[in-house]
Write a protein that binds this ligand. Structure first.
Ligand SMILES: Cc1cc2nc3c(=O)[nH]c(=O)nc-3n(C[C@H](O)[C@H](O)[C@H](O)COP(=O)(O)OP(=O)(O)OC[C@H]3O[C@@H](n4cnc5c(N)ncnc54)[C@H](O)[C@@H]3O)c2cc1C
Length: 387
């Protein structure tokens, strides 16, 4: 019978950051990571917009993203392998929520909370927005919430950086699909693969992203989480912008940023839950482009160059991740439900889970607010700044 001390299901950014962090803090046991999609074609990490922000409305999310931002700043050197920097193309060009008059009180309140944790966010007037985006139409805007430290990065490279470092430290990746987690008398005993093989382990971490809820269902632990399709498009503009864009979120929810010379844009449209990767260009032409064109004149004449769909692991209860162990299923741990903000949380979450498992408690950030039990206890962590 094959066995391990820890099995991680899913080798995306969460599984890989957790595996690496366990090793980094000194865990020496055998760790196996099972990944069904070795080229990561459909994983959320490879399809992400890579926005990195500290602009959140809850204490815990601000703390996680502040921690993760520091990690990303030094990622190329700290994660270098054999002197080769782990480039992640982190462009600290800022993150900007544009605000209409009725949004400004809330944005000012958010700024106060963020500043308490050392985040240098600032409320800008409509005129000050022009300094950042000279072409911006501010007619209907009263200002915005801006953080110059934030920006965007290449999610796939982050994941590969964690994966390669984990492997270098002895973590083994196996390209197989886990059919189910195995349990006996309220404790985890291992996993069974789709090919029928069984691996024994006393501890299994569910990092299976948008698919993780189905694995949890199979062992009788339903979660208020479902996969939700999100689309991204890239286009060229005939007249380039004067400055590089921060990741900018329009009051309508349409967001945009530079990707090389192109513009990358996305929007959280109303859609049915489920695994769905179909791209509908009509979303761009009918819903997004009119908003983009009225916000920035240069976007009136555009050429759509590509588009793709990815999945949020969407927590319908409070739009936040579920982190930590299960109270009654011994050995079952989760990092799921990131609802579109997993990239900016991955370093902090991996470190937190590793601490919980190795030391039996959180050392850096207290992830208790994101525990599984919060749903039954009706102690939700409601995050308002969801993109
Ligand atoms: C369009 C889009 C835009 C986004 N934009 C942002 C953003 O700007 N900023 C931000 O912070 N976040 C963003 N996100 C969210 C972020 O990308 C995710 O939260 C993050 O990548 C989740 O990582 P993960 O490792 O949990 O999931 P994944 O990357 O999906 O990894 C899970 C892995 O588990 C594997 N797996 C699943 N089931 C099994 C099984 N049974 N056996 C073996 N392997 C299995 C899958 O193949 C997958 O590779 C965005 C997401 C999308 C889709």
């Amino acid at each position: 019978m094959k066995s391990a001390d820890i099995i991680i299901v899913g080798g995306g950014v969460m599984g890989s950051s957790t595996a690496y962090s366990l090793r980094k803090i000194g865990y020496n046991g055998k760790i196996l990571v099972f990944e069904k999609d070795p080229i990561y074609e459909f994983s959320s990490t490879s399809r992400s917009a890579g926005g990195i922000r500290q602009l959140y409305t809850t204490d815990i999310n601000i703390q996680i993203s502040r921690y993760s931002l520091q990690v990303y700043k030094s990622f190329p050197t700290t994660m270098a392998i054999d002197g080769e920097p782990a480039e992640i193309n982190f462009r600290q060009r800022g993150y900007l929520f544009l605000g209409t008059n009725d949004m400004m009180t809330s944005l000012a309140k958010q700024k106060t909370l963020q500043n308490k944790y050392g985040v240098p966010s600032e409320v800008l007037t409509a005129q000050e927005l022009i300094d950042i985006i000279p072409e911006l139409n501010i007619q209907d805007l009263a200002g915005g919430l801006y953080c110059h430290e934030d920006g965007y990065l290449d999610p796939y490279s982050v994941m590969q950086g964690y994966r390669k470092n984990a492997q270098k430290l002895g973590v083994e990746y196996i390209s197989e699909e886990v059919e189910t987690i195995l349990t006996e008398q309220n404790k985890v005993t291992g996993i069974r693969l789709v090919n029928g093989e069984i691996y024994q382990a006393p501890l299994v971490i569910n990092c299976a992203g948008a698919w993780g809820v189905y694995l949890s269902d199979k062992i009788g632990i339903p979660l208020p989480v479902y996969p939700l399709k999100r689309q991204i498009f890239q286009f060229d503009t005939s007249i380039p912008l004067k400055k590089q864009l921060p990741l900018t979120v329009d009051p309508t929810g349409v967001y945009f940023r530079h990707e090389g010379d192109k513009i990358l844009t996305g929007f959280s449209e109303e859609t049915e839950p489920g695994i769905d990767f179909t791209v509908k260009r009509s979303l761009f032409y009918d819903d997004m482009w009119p908003i983009l064109a009225s916000r920035i004149q240069n976007f009136e004449s555009v050429k759509l160059t590509s588009g793709w769909a990815g999945l949020y692991s969407f927590n319908s209860a409070d739009h936040n991740a579920i982190i930590g162990g299960h109270p009654y299923m011994k050995g079952y741990y989760m990092a799921l439900g990131f609802s579109g903000h997993g990239m900016q949380q991955a370093p902090g979450v991996g470190q937190g889970l590793a601490e919980l498992i190795y030391y039996g408690k959180y050392e850096n950030i207290d992830f208790t607010p994101l525990r599984y039990e919060r749903f039954a206890e009706n102690d939700l962590v409601l995050e308002d700044a969801i993109v």
